[in-house]
Design a binder for this molecule. Structure first.
Ligand code: RUB
Length: 462
């Protein structure tokens, strides 16, 4: 039998597949290797995705053949290929019946990524039927908990002014705690950067009590709740639990102030699922250092940032790094907006599929990567709201007047956008925002080219 007859069925409609709820649907852009016919390659791709080989098998029976992965859309001009994976192919936990992202990724972007017949294939979107989606845990805690601790509205509490401690490595315990304290004086949340762990110059046993003390002082002095989000990414779940236990002990009298975060890409699904299971009462952030190795728009393999982000919500991340949509220093553009929207809605439009979340708790966007007070208003204009967590590094600690002023400048930038004010005019009465122009001069020259005429010795306004 020709592979094309068995593994491609263009008479299947997506509407029928979605309505029946028996398949995971996946959308790829595929380019065959040189000299390969498109449809033949699509059939081989579908065969490899399910049965895992191209050769005739004496071991197959009618039951296993009914579990074929079928290509129901294949467009040679655009390279768009959509596959339908029968639900029975997926792995479910022995302990609680939950589905597994490792198994899911294995089927959707496993060995097929290395097929010799394929020059490039990238997963851009997927659709889960209700019966499958609801077996994932989803977030246990949401941004509402942080807003409550900060004394804000719990539905739309506005931007949580957060920072990622910089320099990302090299500060000793006293330096880390002092930097965090200074930021908390004006801001809400501090997370340690992705590679910060238990380095020899800043062992957790010394750092955590100092962090807790710094946070308590900032809370007492400002009268506002503050949050420390601790990176607990590591290789071993026991080690992760040990680190989290140390933090829980240091923050024992203020558990509301403690959040955790885990790298959803480098530490991976197991780390995120484990952290969700063990510490679900705390806000759980998903960061994603290294993800561009597979998600970059310049890569035509792997999967997209949209896919990574959708997976993180399924695994239970309360907040997910979603990038800065071209307004920061990392790759991305304005069209990435659906990534941040999709995790925070009950029904969400992806690049290829509309997804119902069937009551799964929402995740919040964590916006990070080169954002400062000057870049924030246009970022907010593109996003259309400010109900997210900002995690500025250089934008907070690079302010010429220090981290407290950096935090205030970011808060003022949100206020500037909420008032739809002209940033230069707004800065005249908001000193920390104004000093952000001097802190990030090259950005100011591009974003607000007239600023030097207004804030100059001649106008007596520096
Ligand atoms: C932010 C930071 C972030 C990365 C990536 O610091 O270190 O971890 O930029 O963020 P800065 P994301 O504000 O100095 O860039 O994964 O959200 O793209």
């Amino acid at each position: 039998m020709d592979h094309k007859d068995r593994f491609i069925d263009l008479s299947l409609t997506e509407a029928d597949l979605v309505a029946a709820g028996g398949h995971v649907l996946a959308a790829y852009v595929l380019q065959p290797a040189e000299g390969q016919d498109f449809l033949t390659t699509v059939a081989q791709f579908a065969a490899e995705s399910g049965r895992g080989t191209q050769v005739p098998l004496g071991t197959e029976d009618e039951f296993s053949r009914n579990l074929d992965v079928i290509a129901y859309q294949a467009e040679a001009a655009s390279g768009l290929v959509k596959l339908a994976f029968p639900l029975a192919l997926f792995d479910f936990n022995v302990t609680d019946g939950g589905a597994s992202i490792s198994s899911f990724l294995n089927l959707l972007v496993g060995n097929t990524q290395g097929m010799a017949e394929i020059a490039a294939v990238k997963l851009h979107d997927f659709h889960l039927p209700e019966g499958f989606l609801t077996t994932f845990a989803g977030p246990a805690t949401t941004i509402a908990r942080l807003w409550r601790h900060l004394g804000r509205d719990e539905v739309a509490g506005g931007m949580i002014v957060g920072a990622i401690l910089k320099p990302k490595l090299g500060l000793r315990p006293e330096g880390l705690a002092e930097a965090a304290y200074q930021f908390w004086r004006g801001g809400d949340l501090v997370e340690n950067d992705q590679p910060q762990g238990n380095q020899s110059f800043a062992p957790l046993a010394e750092t955590l009590p100092l962090m807790a003390d710094a946070l308590k002082r900032a809370q007492d002095e400002t009268g506002s709740g503050k949050v420390f989000s601790m990176n607990i990414s590591c290789d071993d779940p026991v080690e992760m639990e040990t680190r989290a236990a140390m933090a829980l002990e240091a923050f024992a009298d203020m558990p509301e102030s403690l959040a955790f975060h885990v790298d959803a890409y480098l530490a991976g699904p197991m780390a995120l699922a484990h952290a969700r299971r063990r510490f679900g009462g705390h806000f759980l952030g998903a960061h994603r250092a290294g993800h561009a190795a597979v998600t970059s728009p310049r890569s035509d393999r792997g999967y997209s940032a949209f896919v990574l982000t959708k997976i993180a919500r399924l695994l239970g991340a309360s907040g997910i790094h979603t990038g800065t949509m071209g307004f920061g220093r990392m790759e991305g553009d304005e069209a990435d907006r659906p990534i941040a929207c999709m995790i925070a809605q009950d029904s969400a439009a992806g690049p290829y599929f509309a997804q119902e979340w069937h009551g799964m708790a929402r995740s919040a966007a964590i916006v990070s990567g080169g954002i400062n007070a000057l870049r924030l208003p246009s970022f907010l204009e593109n996003l259309g709201h400010s109900n997210f967590i900002l995690a500025a590094g250089g934008g907070a600690f690079g302010h010429v007047d220090g981290p407290e002023a950096g935090a205030l400048s970011l808060r003022q930038a949100e206020a500037c956008w909420l008032e739809r004010a002209d940033p230069i005019a707004f800065a005249v009465d908001h000193p920390e925002f104004k000093r952000a122009f001097h802190s990030f001069e090259s950005d100011a020259d591009i974003i607000q080219p007239g600023w030097r005429r207004v804030f100059s010795p001649e106008t007596n306004n520096l």
